[in-house]
Structures are given as C-alpha cells and as structure tokens.
Ligand binder design. Structure first.
Ligand code: PLP
Length: 206
C-alpha cells in the first residue's frame, strides 16, 4: 500500500471519532514526511530533539510538530518556540523546566503528563499516586507557563489484548476523573494520547 493510501485508510478509521492521527515520522527522511504532508497529514511525531528541529527547518511551516517519547530537561529550550504538544512529560523536574523555558519566551507550552500504565519497569511515567501528589503540590500549582492538556500512556508490549485493553481503560477512567475535577487554571483535560501502530484500534475503542 502506498503511504498516501495507508494514511487515508487510518484517517477513515478515525472519521466520526474525536481522535487525531499523529504520524510518527522518527527515522524517516524529510522527503517521506513531505509525501505524507501532501496527502493531507499535518501532525507529525518525533522522539529526538535534533531530528525534530532539522525536519522542521526543511518542511512546510504549518506542520504541527509533536514531541513523543522521553525528553531530556536540557533539550526543552530547542523545541519550546514551536512545539505543538509534548506528549511524554514524565516528571515534575521536566515540567518545571518546560515552565521555565515557556516563561523565557512568554509562550505557555502545551504538554501531556505521561502515566506509567504498562507492566514493564522500563516505561517512563507517573504512577497514579505520584500524579495526585504532584497535582496537589504548591510547586505544581505555582507553575505559570505550562498548559497541561491531558494524559499520555503506552500500554505493555504484549500479545495479551485483554491486558492492553485494561491498561487503556484504566487510563481513560483516570482521564475522565481528572477532567471532572478542578485542578488549576492551566490544566485542561482535553487530550488522551494512547495507541501505537500495533494497538491503536484498541485505544480508539476506549
Ligand atoms: C516510535 C514511537 C511510537 C510509534 O510507534 P509505532 O509502533 O511506529 O506506531 C509511539 N510512541 C513513542 C514514544 C515512540 O517512540
């Protein structure tokens, strides 16, 4: 299947749902990203700051660049001026650095808090207890240049579909609880980032 046909097939599955496709372009050359762009795709996800910045320079300015994956605090400054969404905010330390960089350029930076929903030890993210403590803390409440737009979670790498489904469903339930709570002016639970190529259909169901 051609890239354009493949993208169109996925977008058709999303039609009629509130979900958006983040086309993961990491490791792919700018020429392929352009091909996807020309087929109508506007949101791309990268997991390396250098690659993200390089591609942004080469590609059309109306692309929404999303940072997916682990972000190091010392690299936030490079993407702060343009990034559309930072998906993997997995510690308060990183959130504070994002706030600091946003303040410098007077741009509240849109981010998602990453929850640890998988069974593997290696995946990054907050536990539910850590998240609750963080949201209630004075340090969190005094942030000024972050815009927390929702949650992100990566399910376990497993063939056990019921486990993946439970992990997505738990994240969705947490998301809904937080969306109904008043946490801070700069927290708006609107986006739930979950699902990769192997499990996005299950994410869609949730
Ligand atoms: C690569 C990557 C994805 C996408 O994986 P696919 O299986 O290619 O869809 C999602 N999230 C993160 C953090 C990634 O690094």
């Amino acid at each position: 299947m051609s890239l354009a046909n493949n993208l169109e097939a996925v977008r058709q599955q999303l039609a009629g749902t509130p979900a958006r496709l983040v086309a993961v372009s990491k490791t792919k050359p700018a020429s392929l990203v352009l091909e996807a762009y020309e087929s109508g795709q506007r949101i791309f996800g990268e997991n390396k700051v250098q690659e993200l910045c390089d591609k942004r320079e080469q590609l059309p300015p109306d692309i929404e660049w999303h940072m997916i994956g682990h972000l190091q605090s010392n690299k936030v400054k490079y993407i702060a001026p343009f990034v559309s969404l930072i998906h993997g905010v997995d510690s308060f330390k990183l959130l504070r650095e994002i706030d600091k960089q946003g303040k410098k350029i007077n741009r509240p930076l849109p981010c998602l808090l990453q929850m640890h929903i998988a069974q593997e030890e290696t995946k990054f993210g907050f536990s539910e207890a850590e998240l609750m403590d963080t949201l209630a803390s004075a340090d969190f409440q005094s942030l000024t240049h972050v815009h927390v737009m929702g949650l992100m979670g990566m399910a376990s790498l497993t063939d056990d579909k019921s486990q993946i489904q439970r992990e997505f469903s738990g994240l969705r339930a947490l998301f809904e609880r937080l969306a109904a709570a008043r946490i801070a002016d700069f927290v708006q639970m609107k986006e739930l980032s979950m699902g990769m190529s192997s499990d996005y259909r299950m994410a869609l169901e949730e």
